[in-house]
Design a protein around this ligand. Structure first.
Ligand code: SF4
Length: 726
């Protein structure tokens, strides 16, 4: 503090001055920009339209786009402070190479040459599939498309997956099994048009706040929320079903049982558009309200009431997020949800949809652009026709295209541990905080021969372990498109320059392609993301995710365009919902009704570990806090992790609100959590948010994965709670 300030002579009048901005009105003078740049929020997949205010080349403010069809000008706390994320001290600025145990600054030329040399060493010794790649949902679609081609045709490895497997892979697998393709069928306006909205394991008031506002715009709805916690969303529901952890699948099957028994199903729709009804009916015969009551802890009357409410809905909407996805039974639960919608004809109509609410801003883009669980444009690895069509567009021999997907995220980690993968390239993700069972992951990463982290932030707990750090531009610093949860493709625009020598991921990929010697073949003449977009349009043409009628200009003008939008399309409303014609992406055009079976979660409580740990998110932070942890207002709002415990359990353990606690499982311990004694969790359960590296919930979670999607079972494991010892 200066002497003038200490004496009260410096009131910092300039810093706290207000002025009138023609757009924002009366506001802090420091936030008034020279120009506004239109873009899309880079946090969650709601995909809010916004403007970045730029002054003297620096982002100084943001505001919601009042004309945007998604958010109508509103933004949540993360969006409102997004410009601050660009300036945090932990941005990655320069390429760094590990020498003598230290990361030292090197030139881009050195960085690229070293990566190519080390990757070549590995592939020459162990074969191309000794290289693995873990990507993200944070890049623009043009970058995902470029990366997919580079990895699988350039580097020649199939072992490429993304952190979307930690979040939405279950929805993808569920859609593919039920409908023959990935792709959320509904639209946000369904939240406003449904008369019954059923949210399962989805706390949208915290995690997708603008969708909550869309829901509030529907005063006539009945909102049912199934969640073991009394989340913010559950508090606002007409009916909260406080199910026991991971009993959602039993609940949905119980509802199907009641709907069939009471003939509240749409026989015409089932006959015309589905297969498998008899097997499904047989599979739920034992799911009586009494049996389901035992599993879920809900009274039979409540299960019955829920089923009848949904069964009688004019338009029923079912939304879900991680409460469903983060489970070894996740894919089957998605199939059960789809069964419920199909049996009642609640799909492809206004207000009626089963609908996965995606996590990251462009998790959808990576799913479309493919190369992880499918070929680009939702093509199938195993389909020769799909491979040939793609090869023809790319002018490469069809046998260059893999005939089966490579390893999924957890299996890549297993392969590293087994020394089958020797070099790993991690892009815009932070597995040291986000992957379950931290001890095993750390052991795997430490065994690598070469480990590259490409990220907009450094240091992160993951980049700290890298041999090479490539600094990348982030939201606000690059161009491209994101796809949101309702399949709306929106434009992302560069407003400012990246810090230091950071470069867009797109440019990094092209430089690597040049160094690997495949740029001219795979990316001829490409210099900007729009070149990737134009090729991607041709690759997507005729597919469910058809972009061929889009242009950057039209996307900007319309506030985003939902796919499919084929060449010649003029009205995006025509394809607002998938499957409006009742034709699905299966061989016979019919949706599959798939029998599913509830099972208890893999690690039940024991005498030593008597609580079920639930993990989740909070509105102020984003994933592992690389983006939000240094944003002052967000950090002040939620500076530390906590543990929620029911008062009855706290009394039994003689714990008081002022105490700090450790949560302990067979695998590890999270220390020194703030204790919140609250009835929002039931007795026998505890909750910890998963964002904090210092209080990493994944020190205690387990290595258990959904067999179809390979998504981790983050939501339930057995723990005990102890008072922290100093
Ligand atoms: S709801 Fe999601 S997209 Fe909208 S402002 Fe918040 S974080 Fe951004």
């Amino acid at each position: 503090m200066t002497l003038k300030r200490a004496l009260g002579l410096d009131t910092r009048a300039e810093r706290y001055a207000y002025a009138v901005d023609p757009v924002m009105g009366y506001t802090a003078a420091a936030k008034i920009p020279d120009r506004w740049v239109s873009t899309t929020c880079g946090y969650c997949s709601v995909g809010c339209g916004m403007f970045i205010g730029v002054k003297d080349g620096r982002a100084v403010s943001v505001r919601g786009n009042p004309d945007h069809p998604v958010n109508g000008g509103a933004l949540c706390p993360k969006g409102l402070s997004e410009h601050d994320m660009l300036h945090v001290a932990t941005r990655a600025r320069y390429p760094l190479l590990r020498r003598n145990q230290r990361l030292e600054r090197v030139s881009w030329d050195d960085a690229i040459a070293t990566m190519v040399r080390r990757f070549r060493d590995v592939t020459q010794t162990y074969g191309p599939e000794a290289v693995g790649v873990l990507s993200t949902g944070q890049l623009v679609t043009e970058e995902f498309y470029t990366l997919g081609k580079l990895v699988q045709l350039g580097l020649g490895t199939r072992h490429y997956d993304g952190n979307t497997t930690l979040c939405m892979a279950t929805a993808v697998s569920g859609y593919k099994r039920s409908f023959g393709s990935d792709g959320p069928p509904g639209a946000y306006e369904d939240l406003e048009r449904a008369d019954v909205v059923f949210l399962i394991g989805a706390n949208i008031a915290d995690n997708h706040p603008i969708l909550w506002q869309r829901l509030e715009a529907n005063p006539g709805k009945t909102l049912i929320v199934a969640d073991p916690r009394v989340s913010k969303t559950a508090m606002l529901a007409d009916l909260h079903l406080a199910v026991k952890p991971r009993s959602d699948l039993a609940l949905v099957n119980g509802m199907i049982h009641i709907l069939i028994e009471h003939d509240l199903i749409d026989h015409e729709y089932i006959a015309a558009h589905t297969t498998g009804f008899e097997a499904l009916r047989e599979s739920v015969r034992e799911s009586t309200p009494e049996r389901v009551s035992e599993i879920t802890g809900l009274p039979p009357e409540l299960i019955y009431k829920t089923a009848v409410l949904y069964g009688n809905a004019r338009a029923g909407f079912i939304g879900w997020t991680m409460g469903v996805n983060h489970s070894t039974k996740g894919t089957e639960t998605v199939n059960a949800i789809n069964n419920l919608a199909l049996l009642t004809g609640n799909i492809g109509r206004s207000g009626a949809a089963p609908f996965s609410i995606t996590g990251q801003c462009n998790a959808m883009g990576t799913r479309e652009a493919g190369f992880t669980s499918s070929l680009p444009g939702y093509r199938k690895f195993e389909c020769a026709e799909d491979r040939e069509a793609l090869a023809a567009i790319w002018r490469v021999p069809a046998d260059r295209i893999p005939t089966a997907r490579g390893l999924a995220y957890p299996d890549i980690i297993e392969a590293v541990l087994a020394r089958k993968i020797r070099a790993l390239w991690v892009i815009a993700t932070n597995p040291i905080v986000s992957f379950p069972n931290l001890g095993v992951l750390r052991q795997a990463l430490e065994s690598l021969e070469f480990f590259v982290v490409q990220d907009g932030f450094h240091p992160t707990p993951t980049s700290d372990l890298a041999d090479l750090v490539l600094p990348a531009a982030i939201w606000g610093e690059k161009d491209g498109t994101y796809t949101n949860s309702e399949r709306r493709v929106s434009k992302v625009n560069r407003a400012v320059e990246p810090p230091g020598e950071a470069r867009s991921d797109f440019d990094i990929f092209l430089d690597l392609a040049a160094a690997f010697g495949c740029r001219d073949e795979l990316f001829p003449g490409w210099t900007k993301p729009e070149h990737a977009f134009e090729e991607w349009k041709r690759v997507s043409a005729g597919r469910l995710c058809d972009y061929s009628g889009m242009s950057y200009e039209a996307i900007e003008t319309l506030g985003g365009i939902q796919w499919p939008y084929p060449a010649g399309a003029t009205d995006a409303a025509d394809t607002r919902r998938l499957y409006a014609d009742g034709r699905f992406q299966t061989d016979d055009g019919r949706a599959r009704l798939i029998p599913t079976a509830w099972e208890p979660f893999p690690e039940p409580p024991t005498a030593d570990f008597p609580f079920v740990l639930n993990t989740g998110r909070t509105v102020e932070h984003w994933h592992t806090r690389t983006k939000t942890g240094e944003v002052p207002i967000l950090d002040r709002l939620a500076p530390t992790a906590w543990l929620e415990m029911n008062p009855r359990d706290a009394r039994a353990l003689r714990l008081k609100p002022s105490h700090r606690v450790d949560v302990v499982s067979q695998r590890g311990r999270v220390r020194n959590l703030e204790l919140r004694i609250t009835e929002t969790v039931a007795a026998g359960q505890v909750f910890v948010p998963f964002h904090w590296a210092d209080f990493n919930a994944n020190q205690v979670t387990q290595s258990a994965f959904d067999p179809y999607s390979r998504e981790p079972n983050y939501k339930q494991c057995a723990v005990r709670v102890e008072r922290t010892t100093p």
